[in-house]
Design a protein around this ligand. Structure first.
Ligand SMILES: O=C(O)C(=O)C[C@H](O)C(=O)CO
Ligand SMILES: [Zn+2]
Length: 278
């Protein structure tokens, strides 16, 4: 388990490139026939990927032990979005077929979650976020069609994109987790600009669908103390409440955002004028 401590903005602004990457970047989300797990002490979100190829993979009881409980989801909820080939997630004996860009919500109290790929030559890649949860809400599969859509931006400002809100209150109830997938239109490079912070939630961005020779310059930091992280394909960035989160790619890309914290109001953002950024 990779544990990341909470971090004060006054400390973060003193860090060099390596220090920023150590605190905020998750550089490997997928590992064949295994799962990855990063535990952030910020709102206690867990971030990771599950990539079954030749065999099923489960986030097993050893993780429960590390969390001080009997099993992983004893006091947690789970959101999963598949960015790979078709797969199956077996939740306490019930099988859910989850195709590319489909999501599954798994409620608190679930004892067994087993991930499988349907075709080893095109393995599923299950990206997940998990958050502390106080009650069980029903498991639910969400297709891309069922996600709530918002198309924003303009080709003239290179930020035409569609936000697909998969795990949000308009689609299903959860304790605190929200997740979605934002796809940039061809030729568009900027996400989330003008940018925002949200004092009442933290967020994680997971970038994928990127060419090998491309990168995203992910903008972070307080609005008047910005820094950047160079992010490559299938890497994620932890964004504390005090940090902006936005990015510009050398080519188009897609990303998954996930949030936990005080509320689930998507628009509860503290917007920052571009002219105020430093
Ligand atoms: O492109 C965007 O704009 C986003 O996807 C914004 C994220 O959803 C976000 O930061 C929500 O707080
Ligand atoms: Zn945000």
């Amino acid at each position: 388990m990779d544990i990341r401590q909470s971090i004060h903005s006054e400390h973060a602004k003193t860090l060099d490139t390596d220090g920023l990457r150590r605190e905020f970047l998750i550089d490997k989300i997928f590992d064949a026939d295994n799962y990855t797990l990063t535990y952030s002490q910020i709102d206690r979100i867990i971030i990771g990927g599950v990539m079954p190829v030749q065999k099923p993979v489960t986030i097993g009881h050893e993780v429960g032990k590390q969390l001080g409980v009997s099993y992983f989801l004893e006091r947690r909820e789970l959101g999963v979005i598949n960015i790979g080939g078709p797969g199956v997630i077996e939740v306490d004996g019930k099988s859910w077929e989850i195709g590319q860009q489909e999501a599954l919500y798994v409620g608190q109290g679930t004892q067994s979650v087993i991930f499988r790929s349907s075709d080893a030559s095109r393995p599923a890649k299950f990206y997940y976020n998990s958050a502390p949860a106080h009650t069980h809400y029903p498991d639910k599969k969400i297709t891309l069609d069922e996600a709530v859509k918002a198309t924003l931006g303009d080709a003239a400002t290179s930020n035409r994109r569609t936000i697909n809100k998969f795990i949000v209150p308009d689609v299903l109830p959860t304790c605190q987790l929200t997740m979605g997938l934002t796809r940039l239109d061809d030729g568009n490079l900027w996400n989330t600009m003008p940018c925002h912070t949200h004092e009442r939630r933290m967020e994680v961005y997971f970038y994928f669908d990127m060419a090998d020779d491309s990168a995203v310059f992910h903008m972070m930091g307080q609005p008047q103390e910005t820094r950047h992280l160079l992010v490559h394909n299938e890497q994620a960035v932890i964004s504390p409440s005090w940090s902006i989160h936005a990015g510009v790619g050398t080519q188009r890309y897609t990303f998954i955002w996930g949030m936990v914290g005080e509320n689930q109001v998507f628009d509860d953002m503290d917007h920052v004028n571009i002219s105020a950024l430093r």
